[in-house]
Design a protein around this ligand. Sequence first.
Ligand code: GLU
Length: 281
Amino acid sequence: MAFVTRFAPSPTGPLHLGHAYSALLAHGMAQAADGTFLLRIEDIDRGRCRPEWEAQIYEDLGWLGLTWPLPVMRQSDRLASYSAALDALWAQGLVYACTCTRRDIEAAMSAPQEGAAPQFGPDGMIYPGTCRATPNGPRMGEVLRLNTASALESVGHLNFLETGPRYAGHIALANKDLLASIGDIVIARRDMATSYHLSVVLDDAAQSITHVVRGEDLFEATAIHVLLQRLLGLPTPDYHHHGLIRDDQGKRLAKRDDARALSKYRAEGYSPADIRGMVGL
Ligand code: GLU
């Protein structure tokens, strides 16, 4: 089978050592398999993405010695595809509009009859379902949530193949546990008419990705992705969730850790080979 993977950064800050590791690993795996490495710019969050960060991504990855076919897919060019997928889920009755604020959700979760503090899943706070039963009005400009219980009923067993070091093997997702651990996830945010989860599964399918190589921090989110793939009739790629590059205190690197930015290492005279060494490649 052809091997097609991708690196999918968001242009919201400088790439750091963790990104370098992810991109180099994916690129190396593609080379070893005589496959293809693609780049995708995940720029749906218009408030946080900047053209200068996008330019820096191309520069940093080029400096590391990576190459990729053009044109590069950019999520901001794909809004029509996201909207068509939302229409399909809406037509299946699996989506509802939600008007709750964060504070509403917190209040509902800590109401005495619920008796519990808010639970968190890979998509943030597990939604208590307040708006699920309300008849839906117009959906434009609303937060849209997946009716996860109905969605799970409409699909069979979910599973995927994991090849990463920590969880390697066939991962079977128990539908009952999944409902409790992800809840009614947001699939379209008010400000962008899509979400990370929806866009990523549609883009992986549009780019014919066979292997998703990404950080372990996204392992839990994969359940959401496999569910959405099934609902939308898309193939499920194999997944390789790699370990995270951490700082000296063991904290995973974030975009705000400018000190670890690749461009800084480069300015200080480090070579791409030094970077490979630093991330253990
Ligand atoms: N855009 C995501 C990030 O920068 C990566 C998503 C993915 O690889 O699935 O964290």
